[in-house]
Structure formats: C-alpha cells, structure tokens
Design a protein around this ligand. Sequence first.
Ligand code: CUA
Length: 329
Amino acid sequence: MKIFHRCAAFALGIILSGCGTSPSFLNPVSSIAEHEAKLYNNILIMALLVFVFVEICLIWILIRDRQQKADDTLPKQIYGNTKLEITWTAIPVLVTVVLFAMTVQTMKSVAAPAAAASDINLHVIGHRWWWEFDYTDLGIKTANELHIPVGATVQITLDSIDVIHSFWVPQLSGKTDVVPGQTNHMWLTANQTGEFFGQCAEFCGTEHAMMRIAVVVDSQDRFDAWVANQQKPAPQPQTGDQQAGHKLVSTLCASCHSLNPAETETKVGPNLAHLFSRSTFAGATYDLDEANLRRWLHDTQPMKPENDMNLKLTPQEIDELVAYLLLLK
Ligand code: CUA
C-alpha cells in the first residue's frame, strides 16, 4: 500500500506540473512554434491510434482466451502466418516513413530564411547568468528583456562568453544552443503582440534556473518609440545624490557595466544606460523596483548566489546609487 501511495503522489506531481501558465510551444505565437505544435499534434494523434488499436487487440485476445481456458482446453495453436507478418512489418515501416517525411518538412519550414529577408539583426550573448541583447544595426545594448516588433523577421546570431547556454522562448522559437567559440544562427517572427517568457535551456551552473528571458512583442509604433528612447544617451544627474551616484557608476561599476547604450565592448554585467526602462533584472527573475534594487546593492549573493557582483557598499553609497539609477528610464 505504501508503494501505491508513493506512486500516486509521484503521478499527481507530474500531472499538477502541467497546470499553471508555463510558456509552451503548444500555444504558438510564431510560425516556427506553429510548425512545431502541428508536428507534435500529428505525432500524438498517430501514436494514440496505434496505442488504441494495440490495446483493443490485446484486451480482445485476453478475454477470448480466458473463456476458452474455463473448459480446460488450450486455445488454437498457430505457428507462422506470412500475411500477418508482412502486415505487421509493413505498417510500422509506413508509419516511420510518414513520421520522417513530416519531420523533414518541419525542419525545412523552420530553417533560417535568407539573411536578405531580415528586418532586424540581433546579437544574443549568453553570460552566467543573464542575456545580453545587442541590436547590431540600431546601436542598442540591453539585457534580459528583448523587444521586437510584431511581424518582423528577426535574424539572431548567438555567442557565449563563458559556458554553453541555450536560448529558448517556447512560444516563439525552438531551442538554439549558445556555445563559446562558435556562432550559431536562428530566426523568429512573432505574429501577435504581448509578453512571452523563455528560459536558458542548457544547464550552465548554480543559477541556470535564474537565467530567464522576457520577450516583449510590440506594435511597430511602440517598438520605434522604444528604439528612440534606448538610443538616447543615459540621462544626466541633477541633484547632489544623483551626481554622487553617477560618479560611483562611472568609477566603481565601470569595469563591469557600461552607461553607453551603444557600447561595443562586451562587459561582464548588463548595460545600465536605460536600466529602469526594464521591468525586471538579475536574469529577468526579480521585479525591478527601488526596494529590490536596494536589497541587491546591499548584498546580491542571497538573491542570486554565486553571481559575479560582490560589492561591499556603505548605506550612503547605496542611497546615492539608487538616486542615480532610478533616473535611467
Ligand atoms: Cu545559461 Cu543555463
């Protein structure tokens, strides 16, 4: 009975994990995810048909032969049946060929389109444990939150500066590994506006689970407004606290973070020029607000253990940094 309870608890855990709103390619918002969902559903239907047919045959034989056993005679013994053997070889071969053809068709549909068809070029760089987004043609660098216009083809090149990560936004694209020393390519087109979440899909260390991606799919107008704002230089400090904070960012923080939105160098930490235009930070895992920023500046390690930021700041320095960083809309 104990084993039954354990199995039931285990099964319940698996079933309940399907609840909630985790992003799934079965709710596609891009042509790639649509192709993937279609293939998945077709294979599921074929597998169900095979399962139901085999189970019906099995149950039918069990019932039939159990009845015969009641009068203590053996069921009719059969050895070899050429027709039957050809049939049960041919059908699986046919099923496999159909699966192969459907898979190749899907692979062809999701393969990268010609670079000339590209509307936006994006360079994605994987870091332990956050994502850097470099809009090559627009002179914009940002982190963790990706903005793209609806309907545009986004050509993506992917690199890593440390270990292997994997870029995956289920409703928008398949996974593409992000490998140090090797540039990979992918593309995506979103066909509706909204915010869609993704996740690093290759185990990359302690904070692998805290390496999330938010993709904001905007109308073209809203995207253009976002681009115009991101291209502006970082806002200038006004008050004394803000000026002191700016000085700290330009000295203490400058070896890891840049305040230049068009920075070409790949830094250790995210670009801060328009930090507060984002709604999350630390790998899109914490809401970006004053309270969380204070906690983070006080000590980042309890919030995201083993991340590279390890500063001992005085309460006054924290106040000054917060005063300035809040400006960076
Ligand atoms: Cu990056 Cu897992």
